[in-house]
Design a protein around this ligand. Structure first.
Ligand code: PEP
Ligand code: MG
Length: 590
C-alpha cells in the first residue's frame, strides 16, 4: 500500500532506500509454569541464552573497537560483566526452581535489579540502568526467539532508512553510519537532541511521525525527505526517479551553496554579523572549519560521553579539544562544559528522575561531581594554549554557579602548575542563557562573566513550559512567542549596556525569520550547524538593518507567536523583494 507519512523536518536531504525497523524495547513476557521434571532443561536454556548474548556482545565489541575505538567499545564489556554476575544467575535459577519458565524468571530478576539501580543514591550507579535494560532486552529476545533488532548491528551496505519509536542520543552515537542513510522516528521534534545530532552527522531525518511503526514491517522501499518532513512508503518508479533527480540537482547546486557559505556575513547597509558553527563531535571539526563559519560558537562536549560506558579522562578530552582548536586556527572556539542529563546521558543512563529536564543536569551535576568537572576544566586549560578557547557553562540560573566554577578553576591552576604542564589560566568564561531566571536576572550575572550565549532551545522550553522533545507539543514549541523574544531583547540590552558579547546558539539561530528579527534586536553573533551557514548568510546579505530593526520592534510589540511569524514573514519577503533578492531557496521561510 502506498502512503505518505508526515512528520517534522529534522535534517535535510532525500534518501531512497529500504526501511529498517528498530524495536529496541523490553518485550512482554507471559507467565509460564513448568513441571519439576523440566527444571534442569530450563536452567540449561538460561545458560545457553547467556552464552549466546555474550557471544553477540563480543562480536559487537570487536566491531565497535574497529569503527570507533576502545573507549566506545567498553560499553559492551560492562554488559558482559552483568551477564557474568554470579548473583544474576543464582537469582534466576532460584525462580526457575520454583517452577517459573526461564524467560519469566530472568525478567523478574532484571525488573528488580533495574528498579534497585534506578533508586540508587549514587547518580553514577543510577546510570547503569540502561546497561541492564540492554541486557534485559538482549537475553529475552534470545529466550523468546524474537527477531534480532539489535540497534548497533544493522545490515551493511543497504543504504537503509532506520525507522524507530525514538532514538536516544547515545543510540544515535552508536549507529553504524555505513548502514544507515537516514533516520525516521515516531517521537521527537526538531530541537530534540536526536534531530540536532542527525544534522551534525549529516544524516537526513524526519521526526515526530507519531505512528509510522504501526504501518511498517521492515524491508519496504521508502523515500525520506528531510526537508519536507515526509516518509513515502512504497513509491512508484516515477516517484523514485523524481526523488533521484532531486538528489542529483541538489548535488549540482553544491558549488553555489559553497560560494555563499564563504561570502562575507554583512547586511546590505554594511552591518557585520558573526556566524559561528555548532560542533557536536570532534570528527566534525575539519568540516566545520571549512564551512564558512568564523569559529565555534558552541561545542557540545557531552557527546564525548554520550554513547560511552565511562567518562573520558583528561588526556582524551585534551586531545578532543585540541583537535577542534587546531582545525580553527586563530578563530575563537567556545567549548561548553558537560551538559549531561535531560535526554543526554552516557550509555546506561536513562532518566531516573521524574522531571529530568528540571533535574540533576548540566552545571548542577558538574558542581556536585567536582572531581569529574575538574578533569574537564584541566583538559580545557591545557587545550587553551592551542588557540582562542573560551569556556561556557550550561543551564546557569545563579551567579553562585559561576563563582563556584571559578573557584574550581583556581584549584585546577594549582594542580596543573604543580604538574608543570603547559596551560592557560585566564580562559574567558561565559554562560548560556537558557532559563527565564538567567535572562530576567542577566544583570546579576554580568559582572562575573565574559559573555552570554542564548540557548534558544532550552529558553523556549523553560519559558513556555513546553517539552522540547515531545512530538505532541511540537506546534506549541515556538521561539516566536513574544515572551521568548522579550527575554532575548532583555539579555541583549544587558549585554550591550555592560559591553559584553551576546550570541544565540540554539536552533533558532538558523531560522530565516528569526535571523531577521534577531539582527533587528541588536544581536550580532549567531552560532549554527555548519551546513546552515550558507542559508543564514543568504538572509543577512539580502536585508538592511533598518528593515530588521522595524520588524523586530513590531515583533516585540505583538501579542502572539502567530502574529509575530506572520509579520516577520511578510516583512522579510518584502525586504528581500525590494532588494531584488531570490528567496525561493529559503525553505524554512515560507
Ligand atoms: C539550547 O538549549 O539552545 C542549546 C544550544 O543547548 P542544547 O540544545 O544542547 O540544550
Ligand atoms: Mg540547552
Amino acid at each position: 500500500m502506498q502512503s505518505v507519512l508526515r512528520g517534522i523536518p529534522a535534517s535535510p536531504g532525500i534518501v531512497v532506500g529500504p526501511v529498517h525497523v528498530l524495536r529496541w524495547e523490553v518485550p512482554e513476557v507471559r507467565q509460564r509454569v513448568i513441571d519439576d521434571s523440566e527444571i534442569p532443561a530450563e536452567i540449561q536454556r538460561l545458560h545457553d541464552a547467556f552464552e549466546r548474548a555474550r557471544e553477540r556482545l563480543r562480536h559487537l565489541r570487536v566491531r565497535a573497537e574497529a569503527a570507533a575505538g576502545p573507549e566506545e567499545a567498553a560499553i559492551f564489556d560492562v554488559q558482559v560483566s552483568i551477564l557474568d554476575d554470579k548473583q544474576l544467575t543464582e537469582s534466576s535459577e532460584a525462580l526457575i526452581r520454583q517452577n517459573l519458565g526461564a524467560e519469566k524468571a530472568f525478567d523478574l530478576v532484571l525488573l528488580e535489579w533495574r528498579q534497585h539501580f534506578a533508586r540508587h543514591t549514587a547518580p553514577m550507579l543510577r546510570e547503569r540502568v540502561g546497561d541492564l535494560t540492554d541486557v534485559h532486552i538482549r537475553v529475552l529476545s534470545i529466550l523468546l526467539d524474537l527477531p534480532d533488532h539489535d540497534p548497533v548491528d544493522l545490515p551493511r551496505g543497504t543504504n537503509a532508512i532506520l525507522v524507530t519509536h525514538d532514538l536516544t542520543p547515545s543510540l544515535t552515537m552508536q549507529l553504524d553510519r555505513e548502514c544507515i542513510s537516514a533516520i525516521a522516528t515516531d517521537a521527537g521534534t526538531a530541537t530534540a537532541h536526536v534531530a540536532i545530532l542527525a544534522r551534525s552527522l549529516g544524516l537526513p531525518a524526519v521526526v515526530g511521525l507519531r505512528n509510522a511503526l504501526s504501518y511498517l514491517h521492515g524491508g519496504e522501499v521508502a523515500i525520506l525527505n528531510g526537508q519536507e518532513g515526509t516518509l513515502m512508503i512504497a513509491p512508484t518508479d516515477a516517484e523514485i526517479a523524481f526523488a533521484r533527480q532531486r538528489v542529483a540537482e541538489e548535488a549540482g547546486q553544491a558549488d553555489q551553496v559553497r560560494e555563499l557559505a564563504m561570502s562575507e556575513s554583512i547586511t546590505i547597509d554594511g552591518v557585520r554579523i558573526t556566524i559561528r558553527a555548532n560542533v557536536d563531535v570532534p570528527d566534525e571539526s575539519e568540516m566545520a572549519a571549512a564551512s564558512g563559519a568564523d569559529g565555534v560558537g558552541l561545542m557540545r562536549t557531552e557527546f564525548l560521553v554520550v554513547g560511552r560506558a565511562n567518562m573520558p579522562d583528561e588526556d582524551e578530552q585534551y586531545r578532543a579539544y585540541r583537535r577542534v582548536l587546531k582545525a580553527f586556527g586563530s578563530r575563537p572556539v567556545i567549548i561548553r562544559t558537560f551538559d549531561i542529563g535531560g535526554d543526554k546521558l552516557p550509555i546506561g543512563g536513562f532518566p531516573s528522575e521524574a522531571n529530568p529536564f528540571l533535574g540533576w543536569r548540566a552545571i548542577r551535576m558538574c558542581l556536585d561531581e567536582s572531581e569529574l568537572f575538574k578533569v574537564q576544566l584541566k583538559a580545557l586549560m591545557r587545550a587553551g594554549v592551542h588557540g582562542d578557547l573560551r569556556v561556557m557553562l550550561p543551564l546557569v540560573v545563579t551567579v553562585d554557579e559561576v563563582r563556584e566554577t571559578r573557584q574550581l578553576m583556581e584549584a585546577c591552576v594549582e594542580e596543573l602548575s604543580a604538574r608543570r604542564v603547559p596551560f592557560r589560566a585566564d580562559l574567558p568564561l561565559g554562560v548560556m542563557v537558557e532559563t527565564p531566571a538567567a535572562a530576567i536576572a542577566s544583570d546579576t550575572l554580568v559582572r562575573d562573566v565574559d559573555f552570554f550565549s542564548i540557548g534558544s532551545n532550552d529558553l523556549v522550553q523553560y519559558t513556555l513550559a513546553v517539552d522540547r522533545g515531545n512530538a505532541n507539543l511540537a506546534p506549541r514549541f515556538t521561539p516566536f512567542h513574544p515572551a521568548v523574544l522579550r527575554l532575548m531583547a532583555q539579555v541583549q540590552s544587558t549585554g550591550s549596556a555592560h559591553g559584553i558579547d551576546v550570541s544565540v546558539c540554539g536552533e533558532m539561530a538558523s531560522q530565516p525569520l528569526a535571523v531577521f528579527a534577531m539582527i533587528g534586536m541588536g544581536i550580532r553573533q549567531l552560532s549554527v550547524a555548519p551546513r546552515a551557514v550558507a542559508g543564514v548568510k543568504r538572509v543577512i546579505r539580502g536585508v538592511r538593518l533598518a528593515a530588521a530593526v522595524e520588524a523586530a520592534q513590531a515583533a516585540l510589540a505583538s501579542g502572539t507567536a502567530r502574529e509575530v511569524e506572520t509579520l516577520l514573514r511578510r516583512r522579510l519577503r518584502a525586504e528581500l523583494d525590494s532588494q531584488g533578492r531570490e528567496h525561493s531557496g529559503l525553505p524554512a521561510l515560507f
